[in-house]
Write a protein that binds this ligand. Structure first.
Ligand code: SF4
Length: 457
């Protein structure tokens, strides 16, 4: 297929080839796994649920738990109410979760199943045990992406559970956006460094990177508890990291519970981490801890020392909008040239933001909000780059065009480490910078003739 990719682009309006996204329920499932004792439930056919689970399993290399309404031909015609009612009874009886987080699929959305009514009926009929809860969100996959589904599920938790008691607490809410479990743990380390009491929703650390202990536990020890989500309504502030994954839930908290919020970029790279740290300093009313200052200094040191390898290098970046925005800014700040940048359908605001970041540094960059990797391949054929940064799906272009690929984002299906080692904050950005530098140096070694093959780089 890749050998046949033509260099000449034809405007396509109704066809995506190798899209830079997947469907909403995957994101809803990932967000739900970040709540303690939660069983994600897919209201649709088994095939959807199996695909979403397997995609998450392949990325995290962990078994992913989720149940399904298992639609048959009958439910496809008459609706899935009976299936969901039966599922709720069976789930509480067999798997005993604290909370069930229901999301929909294309099929149940097309039928128009009224999930709140079905949940209400289950409550009236005593199918929901005392102290247990059910929340839901709509995740029609013919709009948005897995990031939209993540955002919708977080919003669902807030809508059903967060409540104001009228007494403000010292806590700060943090909605970390679509990042790895290791990144969520790193964000919590920053909050602890500033001594800020915080509630993070969702929190997949110690869930999708849980250690093997020899003991089987159906629900891992990590995750935001239901009590914490309820208490988010009393927090004094919300930090939403990433406009596309987190802003909607933060806005709902403001509307529903009058908790003020601010939206930050994901703290990937020097400038975005600076803004995150500055927000924490303001909220805590303290100076930046020396240990964090030192970590910043190390990142600056490596970027400066390695400028000869980074300066002017052209790069192609794709993936989730919040991640791509932070990556583009980081590459620009390392004096690289992001010449091709795309995401998989997240609105013109994405293109405007990328163009604002690149400004005069790459005035002729290709930027697309509703792109696919076929388009990215065509751009690269017409303007080759030194490096590609993105998901596993780029490995075919990398091979076809012989360009190094730094794997970043979701999903990464053919490597390990991303869920265990952070890419956020100064230390995470340092790790990312070393991955980029190593990819460039390995390429330099590989291409060097004997007389220029150096021991020291
Ligand atoms: S796009 Fe729709 S039908 Fe396909 S897997 Fe996702 S939810 Fe199921």
């Amino acid at each position: 297929m890749l050998d046949m990719t033509p260099a000449t682009s034809v405007e396509r309006t109704a066809l995506k080839i190798n899209p830079a996204k997947t469907c909403q329920p995957v994101g809803a499932m990932y967000a739900a796994l970040g709540v303690h004792g939660c069983l994600p439930h897919s209201h649709g056919s088994q095939g959807c649920c199996a695909y979403h689970r397997s995609q998450l399993t392949r990325h995290f290399k962990e078994p992913i738990m989720a149940s399904t309404s298992s639609f048959t031909e009958g439910s496809s015609v008459f609706g899935g109410m009976a299936n969901l009612q039966q599922a709720i009874s069976t789930i509480f009886e067999m798997y005993d979760p604290e909370i069930i987080a229901v999301h929909t699929t294309c099929l149940s959305e097309t039928i128009g199943d009224d999930i709140p009514t079905i949940i209400g009926k289950c409550q009236i009929e005593g199918k929901v045990p005392e102290g247990k809860v059910i929340v839901h969100c709509n995740t029609p996959s013919y709009v948005g992406s897995h990031v939209t589904g993540f955002s919708n599920m977080v919003k669902g938790f807030v809508k059903y559970l967060a409540a104001s008691t009228g007494r403000r607490s010292d806590a700060v809410n943090v909605i970390p956006g679509w990042v790895e479990p290791s990144d969520m743990a790193e964000i919590k380390r920053y909050l602890a460094a500033f001594k800020l009491p915080a509630i993070m929703l969702p929190d997949t650390s110690s869930v999708l990177d849980a250690p093997t202990t020899g003991e089987h536990s159906f629900y891992p020890k990590g995750g935001t508890t239901v009590a914490q989500i309820r208490a988010m309504g009393d927090a004094r502030h919300t930090l939403a990291m990433g406009k596309w994954a987190s802003a909607d839930a933060a806005e709902l908290l403001t509307k529903q519970c009058e908790v003020p919020h601010e939206v930050l970029d994901l703290p990937i790279g020097l400038a975005a981490t600076d803004r995150f740290v500055s927000a924490l300093a303001t909220l805590s009313g303290t100076a930046v801890p020396e240990a964090i200052e030192d970590e910043r200094g190390r990142l600056v040191d490596v970027i400066s020392d390695m400028h000869q390898y980074l300066g002017g290098k052209t790069v192609a970046i794709w993936g989730d909008p919040d991640q791509v925005i932070a990556l583009t800014e980081f590459c620009r700040d390392m004096d690289m040239k992001p010449v091709h940048v795309l995401t998989g359908g997240h609105g013109k605001a994405f293109e405007e933001r990328i163009k604002a970041i690149l400004g005069d540094s790459v005035p002729d960059a290709n930027v697309k909000e509703h792109g696919d990797l076929f388009q990215m391949h065509q751009w690269i054929k017409n303007r080759p780059v030194d490096l590609m940064i993105g998901t596993t799906y780029g490995k075919f272009i990398s091979r076809a065009e012989d360009i190094p690929l730094v794997r970043f984002g979701w999903p990464i299906l053919d490597r390990v480490g991303h869920s265990y080692f952070t890419s956020v904050g100064y230390t995470g950005s340092l790790r990312l910078a070393t991955q980029i530098i190593s990819a460039i140096q390995e390429r330099q070694d590989r291409d060097a003739p004997d007389h220029a093959f150096e021991l020291v780089l």
